[in-house]
Structures are given as C-alpha cells and as structure tokens.
Design a protein around this ligand. Structure first.
Ligand SMILES: Nc1ncnc2c1ncn2[C@@H]1O[C@H](COP(=O)(O)OP(=O)(O)OP(=O)(O)O)[C@@H](O)[C@H]1O
Ligand SMILES: [Mg+2]
Length: 304
C-alpha cells in the first residue's frame, strides 16, 4: 500500500478540446461522462449554484475546489438527484438525469458520498455494505418466486461486500456497529459501500476531511485505484497538495459559478482562482477558517 501512494500517479492528459489557451470555464471535453448546462439553484435570495456549462472527463480524476460556501456540495446534490435545480439539464453517458431520483441515479452508475458521512451507526459494517447493493434480483417479482435465483445473487452480493471490506481493511470490523468506527474508517466504509453497485462515476465530497494522516494515504491510493479500474472520480477537496498529487483536472467554483478549470498546475497559478479565494473572504478575519487559510497559502506558494 505504502509504495503505491508514494509513487507518482500516472496523470490523464489531453482531456479537453483545444490547447492550453482553451482551458476556460465550461470547456468541452473529448470524452465527457457528465454534461451539465445552465444549472441554477437559489436559496432565498442567494444563488448557491449558477453553472453555465460543465463537462466531467471520463476515466479521469477531477477535483472540484473553491472557498467555503462556493456551492460545491449543492452542485453534488443537484447532479445526484438529492436536490432539484431551478433550471438546467444534465446527463450521464448522454442519458438525461433531470428529475431522476437519487436511488435511480445510483443505479445508472453515478454514486456519491457525503461531506458528513452517512454510514448508519446502528447497523453493522456488513449491513451498511449490503444496503449499498443495487439491482438485487430478489427485488423483482418473478425472480422472487424462484428462490435459487435470489439465493445465488445474495451470495454474490455478500462475497462482493467481503472483497470490498478486505480491500478497505474493514473486514475485521464487519460485525461491529458503524457508530463504533473512527471518522476515517467511516469515510472508508462510505466509499466501499458506494462501490457495491459497480458505479462508473464516483463523487466524493471531502473524502479526506477529518481523516488521520495514516488513513489519508490509504484513501488516496483507493481513489487512484478507482481510475485504474476504469471509473471516473469527481471529488471535493480543500488540500491543494492532494489535489495536485492525484487530480488530472481541476474545476474551481466561487459564489456558485465555475471560475476556472484546467490541469492542476495551470489552475493553481490562475489569478482568477487566487482572486476567488481572496474575494470570497474580503474583509473577513480568516483566523479560524483553516480551509481557506491553507488553500491561500498553497496557491500563493505555487505562484512563487
Ligand atoms: N439547504 C440550504 N438552505 C439554504 N442555504 C443553503 C442550503 N444549502 C446550501 N446553502 C447555501 O448555499 C451556499 C453554498 O453552499 P455549499 O454547501 O454548496 O458550499 P460548499 O462549496 O460545499 O462549501 P464548503 O466548502 O464549506 O463545504 C452557501 O452560502 C450555503 O449557506
Ligand atoms: Mg461542501
């Protein structure tokens, strides 16, 4: 595991249409898995999301960054059917997801985890995993009357859950209540559970937040593994070192809009990005806002 994380991950390149000068907000991708246009969501008077155009490149790791309150989680909620936008269209593999409820979006291959983990504390680790399984044959009427069919399926699901728990180093805890896990282990469980339905696109909202450094390494290598297995990852992260290390593409949001996108190096030198972090905190005491202070430091270091 250790060797995997210290090695430099192979970056996907040539993801967008055009050259370096075309790395602008909304730039089309050569092979987009998600295409979204004119997505808006207003809360009271506040436009939390106002995204004119966004395409997520397939089989790559895209980081969604931006200061606190930029609209990242709201955009996740909208794209995955956990919330409804005021306007907009978006599609996964060319199939519209407009009005599709969250559980169906997951079945179609797009899953997400939450900024605050939603592992069900009073259920065991194993039961949390089984809950993540989708399209169980036993759910269908005809299959349900042929028990041998669903028994086989149940065995397969259990086997997959055990494999994933093994991979995420949680198998020894399979009979423990999820509530007894550490914050980092819960993040791992959420990610493992999301993989139960064999997704194509995995969306992770701050997967590394509150995770101790030892588990951070393992989470990072799991994210890289998803790409090598052919999946697409979209993740929200405040730590710019991690973004630089694993992201192939970076999308920057500020005040609901996409203000920049491109490869990590280019984006982090972009004045609009630095302005976005500064602008959103204009006149504010950053003393306690560690996310923004650290991001600012890293962005400015990158410019030197
Ligand atoms: N359910 C809600 N009701 C009212 N306002 C909301 C709601 N959800 C989000 N907002 C507001 O929308 C804006 C965007 O919030 P969001 O949580 O999407 O930001 P974020 O980029 O994920 O921030 P963070 O980095 O802190 O997680 C914020 O101003 C927030 O207060
Ligand atoms: Mg958020």
């Amino acid at each position: 595991m250790q060797t995997k994380t210290t090695a430099k991950p192979v970056k996907a390149t040539d993801l967008h249409v055009g050259g370096p000068e075309d790395m602008l907000p909304g730039v089309p991708k050569r092979d987009p898995i998600v295409v979204a246009t004119n997505i808006t969501r207003t809360f009271g008077g506040l436009k939390a999301v106002d995204v004119e155009s966004l395409q997520i490149p397939r089989n790559a790791i895209t980081a969604l960054i931006g200061p606190n309150g930029a609209g990242k989680t709201t955009l996740f909620n909208l794209l995955t059917g956990f919330d409804k936008p005021d306007t907009g269209d978006w599609a996964l593999n060319g199939k519209s997801l407009k009005g599709v409820p969250a559980f169906k979006v997951a079945r179609m291959g797009q899953v997400r985890t939450f900024q605050l983990t939603k592992a069900l504390g009073m259920m065991t680790v194993m039961d949390n995993m089984l809950l993540g399984a989708q399209n169980q044959t036993g759910e269908g009427f005809f299959q349900a009357i042929i028990p041998s069919m669903w028994r086989k399926q149940e065995d397969d699901i259990t086997e997959r859950a055990l494999d994933l728990l093994e991979r995420f180093k949680l198998v020894k805890l399979k009979d423990d209540y999820a509530a007894s896990l550490s914050g980092g282990q819960r993040k791992l469980l959420e990610m493992a559970r999301a993989l139960m339905c064999r997704p194509e696109l995995v969306m992770l909202d701050e997967p590394m937040a509150g995770v101790n450094p030892a588990l951070t390494q393992s989470l990072l290598s799991h994210i890289i593994d998803l790409k090598s297995e052919g999946m697409t990852v979209l993740f929200v992260e405040h730590d710019m070192q991690m973004v630089k290390h694993i992201a192939d593409w970076v999308v920057v949001m500020a005040e609901g809009r996409v203000v920049a996108e491109g490869d990590p190096k280019t984006v982090m030198r972009d004045q609009a990005v630095i302005d976005a972090y500064l602008g959103s905190n204009h006149g504010k005491d950053l003393g306690t806002d560690t996310d923004t202070v650290n991001t600012m430091k890293e962005l400015l270091d990158d410019q030197r």
